[in-house]
Design a protein around this ligand. Structure first.
Ligand SMILES: Nc1ncnc2c1ncn2[C@@H]1O[C@H](COP(=O)(O)OP(=O)(O)OP(=O)(O)O)[C@@H](O)[C@H]1O
Ligand SMILES: [Mg+2]
Length: 240
């Protein structure tokens, strides 16, 4: 198994490296981000795992706000961007300055996919605002866990609690998804079209920047996906 192979890079002389996980609902981002974190950390590397929105006090508060209400597309966009600005300045950039490997469970591409392709807000505007709040800091490697919305719906139906319950361990803000959608009806006909636009948007983003993106079939077993992710990460770290 790839996991057991010796690392081609050394914890000593570690260089900063930024990796993000993207994809639709229930595509396996958090699962894979956590596994990758454990593997890198277990290899003796300095790793920081961040989740959007969240990972800062303001991010946590915005996450709670985004969870509880329905917003206009514009206000929703600006709230996600505010959380990102805070994350970049207070957590992400300092970690990279200290040569850590940063793993982000969603980042700037989520905004393009959800508020841009999903909600129809201007992509150029989102790109400009993303550049402003990220200070131009973008991942060197981005995994797209590509999953058909129908499969996401099946997964969510199997684990209803995080979606239908109140804030709990499993709950996460859904970029671009307001309260009504975040409850039971989220995957009804209209929402399904929204999720399909998000998926297509992600595929377009990946196709436009093939050096940064690795598109993985999210339907594959999580252990197999984790080994694919690990293979790509090892290759990129060795070359960095
Ligand atoms: N490769 C996989 N095959 C089947 N089920 C999976 C796979 N990866 C994750 N899951 C399951 O799918 C559900 C969603 O996984 P996870 O929370 O990692 O996705 P996510 O992309 O972070 O979702 P969200 O958008 O809600 O944050 C969980 O119940 C998880 O156990
Ligand atoms: Mg998640």
């Amino acid at each position: 198994m790839l996991f057991n192979e010796p690392l081609a890079f050394s914890p000593r002389g570690q260089k900063p490296f930024f990796i993000s996980f993207e994809g639709g609902e229930a595509s396996g981002k958090t699962t894979q981000a956590n596994i990758l974190y454990s593997r890198l950390h277990g290899s003796g590397l300095r790793v920081t795992l961040v989740k959007e929105p969240g990972s800062t006090p303001l991010g946590q508060e915005l996450r709670a706000i985004l969870k509880g209400r329905s917003f206009t597309a514009a206000s929703e966009l600006l709230l996600f961007l505010a959380a990102r600005a805070e994350l970049v300045e207070k957590v992400l950039q300092p970690a990279l300055v200290q040569s850590a490997i940063v793993i982000a469970d969603r980042y700037a591409d989520s905004t393009l996919a959800y508020q841009g392709y999903g909600r129809g807000l201007d992509l150029g505007l989102i790109q400009d605002l993303n550049s402003f709040v990220t200070r131009g800091i973008m991942p060197r490697l981005t995994f797209l866990l590509d999953l058909p919305p129908e499969e996401a719906q099946r997964r969510l139906a199997q684990s209803q609690a995080p979606l239908l319950g109140g804030p709990g361990e499993g709950w996460e803000a859904r970029p671009g998804v307001g309260r009504l959608e975040a409850e039971g009806s989220r995957f009804e006909a209209e929402a399904m079209a929204f999720h399909q636009r998000v998926r297509d948007g992600y595929l377009k983003l990946a196709a436009a920047e093939p050096r940064r993106w690795r598109v993985l079939d999210g339907r594959v077993a999580k252990e197999v996906l984790a080994d694919l992710v690990w293979g790509h990460v090892k290759e990129m770290l060795a070359a960095s």
